[in-house]
Design a protein around this ligand. Structure first.
Ligand code: GH3
Ligand code: MG
Ligand code: MG
Length: 293
């Protein structure tokens, strides 16, 4: 777990880091410049912030307010260090989103216990988030989270007037795979298929399992023409991969429907329905095909 320690007093910061390092699996990063500390907290994956109140340029309270404006950081626990009698500061910090306080002078045991408790809540929250967003079989986004991210991406691309293309992908005759090799082999095929797709996609694209043997992909900053190339690469890659499940060697193909988001699409589901219609046509036209809409 990553902890950012922000305190303009270098001695205090280092003592706190040394105390916290006694906990296992902790990585601490110390900042004596709060502006740099804030930038780090905004950009990096962090699990907790320990911040001093009195600092030049940005005080602890202002820092908490700025971090809490970032929705991606809403779940990061923040512990503020204040003088014992700073009651108004404590109320303001709580109101701004601080989770806990430590009084100066810092008591080593109290610091360690509070940090450990905060991190155990953090770890529990991360586990829950994983369960709520990731498909247990294939480890790609689950349906709900994929649709949520796609809706967000659609709003973002509208704002920047950039293209966004959506793919619907369905395994051909998958029922036969289950019937021939068994359900467990079918599961392996789905997992490996998801991995093949991830290997072909860029980091900024995202894929979700919408249900059964049906996946959807969002290709960000991608026009329909470019997306056709990606879809063809995906289709070929699946066709050419022999999937090993136990002692069986299984070949599957996929059909793909794709469409570019247009200004007329009120919601992401409008585009998804269109891609689904195109997928249906690909199935009708013999499978292992790509159809655009
Ligand atoms: P088509 O080419 O028209 O898509 O035919 P299909 O057989 O792939 O489509 P159909 O919808 O008839 O069958 C999909 C099968 O996928 C039926 C279902 O049992 C199987 N399936 C759904 N979810 C899972 C899963 O999680 N694991 C496994 N092994 N099979 C699944
Ligand atoms: Mg199918
Ligand atoms: Mg299906």
């Amino acid at each position: 777990m990553n902890i950012a320690i922000i305190d303009d007093n270098v001695v205090n910061a280092k003592i706190n880091a040394a105390y916290i390092s006694k906990l296992e699996n902790i990585n601490t990063t110390v900042f004596t410049n709060p502006v740099e500390g804030l930038a780090y907290c905004q950009e990096e994956e962090i699990d907790m912030i320990l911040v001093d109140y009195r600092m030049p340029d940005i005080n602890g309270l202002e820092l908490i307010r700025i971090v809490r404006e970032n929705p991606d950081k809403s779940g990061v626990p923040i512990v503020m260090v204040t003088a014992v009698n700073d009651k108004d500061v404590r109320w303001a910090a709580l109101g701004a989103g601080a989770n806990d306080f430590l009084s100066k002078p810092i008591d080593e045991m109290e610091l360690i216990i509070r940090v450990r408790n905060m991190l155990s809540l953090r770890s529990y929250a991360l586990d829950l988030k994983h369960l709520a967003t990731i498909d247990a079989l294939t480890s790609v986004f689950n349906r709900r989270y994929f649709l949520e991210q796609a809706e967000k991406e659609m709003k973002r691309t509208r704002r920047y007037k950039s293209p966004l293309t959506v793919l619907m992908l369905d395994v051909d005759k998958f029922k036969q795979v289950n019937d021939t090799y068994g359900h467990a082999c079918g599961d392996t095929v789905l997992t490996k298929l998801a991995n093949i797709c991830i290997a072909e996609l860029r980091d900024i694209d995202f894929i979700g399992r919408l249900g059964g043997e049906e996946f959807s992909v969002c290709l960000t900053e991608t026009t329909l023409d470019d997306a056709l190339l990606v879809a063809e690469r995906l289709r070929k890659s699946v066709e050419n991969t022999v999937i090993r499940a136990g002692t069986d060697e299984i070949n599957v193909t996929v059909s793909i429907g794709l469409t570019e988001i247009s200004d007329a699409d009120q919601k992401f589901s409008c585009a998804l329905n269109r891609a689904d219609q195109a997928l249906y046509s690909a199935k009708e036209q013999g499978r292992n095909k790509i159809i655009q809409a």
